[in-house]
Design a protein around this ligand. Structure first.
Ligand SMILES: C[S@@+](CC[C@H](N)C(=O)[O-])C[C@H]1O[C@@H](n2cnc3c(N)ncnc32)[C@H](O)[C@@H]1O
Length: 267
């Protein structure tokens, strides 16, 4: 039985980081392939209302999107993300999840496969995405779904954003050619170092890793920060742009100067 509800966390610092990078990499991937196949293995419901009892309870968005929505700097990735959010949320009553963002920026020829295992979340996802004809919704495990596909190639972009509720969420990456973006939480810095070491030992080549610490390790407010694993995007410009991005997000979202420095590195 899954109990995770993304509504409690929507629009927080982790969503800001992951959605900025997701939009950037999605658009970049499209430039290099004629027909894009995009898979969101853990979609959530797509639309999170600020007035819902979930968002209203935790108000995590106040330390995420609300800290950056009036951004006046010159970082192109942040500017583009905010421009897209403004366009698709119109009257600013909700924060858009990854399926809603990508459906809105996709073209009719892009094929989107969106998995959500939780039946209530899936029902809402179906309602929230009725207007999109290039979308196929799958009410089962995203991990099982990608494992069944035999013809994965470099026209595939897979976004893996689990809730890390169960042990199986420790990702096994089997696709050598697909472009993959994986999000993970930093719950404690020592445990995170072990997690990263385990990934490094898997010997997967071509991994770019980003980490944005937000809170100090002794802060008891929950998740300390989050990270991304970016696989098969080998490009000096991406590295440079992500370095600029993380520096800027660090300045806007980080809680204090004593927090660990953000990281951008290749394994
Ligand atoms: C972190 S949330 C997704 C947020 C979304 N990707 C976004 O950026 O807006 C994770 C979601 O995965 C769902 N979930 C958990 N395990 C799953 C699985 N094995 N396959 C598909 N969905 C799963 C949860 O119900 C939850 O809605």
């Amino acid at each position: 039985m899954l109990s995770y509800k993304h509504g409690f966390h929507a629009g927080n610092h982790a969503d800001v980081l992951k959605h900025i990078v997701l939009i950037y990499l999605y658009n970049l991937s499209k430039k290099h392939c004629k027909s894009m196949t995009y898979i969101d293995t853990h979609s959530g419901n797509g639309i999170y209302k600020y007035s819902s009892r979930y968002m209203d309870k935790t108000k995590e968005y106040k330390y995420g999107i609300k800290k950056i929505e009036k951004y006046t700097g010159d970082n192109k990735l942040i500017i583009n993300y905010l421009r897209i959010l403004k366009k698709i949320t119109k009257n600013d009553t909700f924060y858009p999840g990854s399926p809603f963002i990508i459906s809105n920026i996709s073209e009719a020829k892009d094929k989107l496969f969106l998995c959500e295992m939780h039946s209530n979340e899936f029902k809402s996802l179906k309602i929230n995405l009725t207007n999109f004809n290039n979308v196929k919704l799958i009410n089962s495990s995203g991990f099982e779904y990608i494992n069944k596909i035999s013809n994965i190639n470099n026209n595939f972009f897979i976004f893996i954003d689990p809730s890390y509720e169960i042990k199986d969420d420790n990702i096994e990456i089997k696709f050598e050619r697909a472009k993959i973006l994986i999000w993970y939480p930093i719950l404690s810095y020592p445990e995170n170092d072990i997690f990263i070491e385990t990934i490094r030992k898997k010997g997967i080549s071509n991994i770019l890793n980003l980490e944005l610490p937000i809170l100090k390790d002794d802060d008891n407010r929950g998740m300390k920060g989050s990270g991304l694993l970016i696989i098969n995007f080998n490009n000096k410009l991406i590295f440079k742009n992500l370095k600029l991005l993380i520096r800027e997000l660090n300045a806007y979202l980080t809680d204090s100067n004593e927090v660990f420095k953000p990281k951008v590195r290749y394994f």
